[in-house]
Ligand binder design. Structure first.
Ligand code: ZN
Length: 108
C-alpha cells in the first residue's frame, strides 16, 4: 500500500493489521500523513528537522532544538497506547460509520 492512503482505505482489518505489523511502520505512516516528505517543527514551524536514529521516529528541530516525536501535537501525544491499536480503532470507527449511524451523536 501507498503511505498516502487513508486508514479507512484498508479493505479489512486483517489487511490493516498485516500492514502495520510494527510500531515503526505506524510511526513512519503517521509522519508521512502529517508532514509528507518534509517534516515541520510543531513548536516553531521551522522546516529544518533532523531525524534521530532509533525506531520511534524522533526528530530534532534545527531552530528551537526541541526533540519531537511524530506523536507531538496529535491525539496520540499523551497516549501510552500503541499506534497499532490506535490505527485499528480508527479503522473500526471510520469504516463502520454507516453501520453505526448514531455513534457520533451518543458520544460513545
Ligand atoms: Zn522548532
Amino acid at each position: 500500500m501507498d503511505k498516502s492512503q487513508q486508514i479507512k482505505g484498508f479493505k479489512g482489518i486483517l489487511e490493516l493489521i498485516k500492514y502495520f505489523d510494527t510500531e515503526e511502520k505506524c510511526a513512519e505512516y503517521l509522519a508521512f500523513q502529517r508532514w509528507g516528505d518534509n517534516p515541520i517543527c510543531p513548536h516553531c514551524n521551522h522546516d529544518k528537522i533532523y531525524e534521530l536514529k532509533g525506531k520511534n521516529k524522533r526528530f530534532k528541530c534545527a531552530s528551537c532544538r526541541k526533540q519531537l516525536s511524530v506523536r507531538v501535537g496529535t491525539i496520540f501525544e499523551d497516549s501510552k497506547i500503541k499506534l497499532q491499536k490506535w490505527f485499528t480503532a480508527i479503522w473500526l470507527v471510520t469504516s463502520h460509520k454507516r453501520a453505526y449511524p448514531r455513534f457520533n451523536c451518543t458520544g460513545i
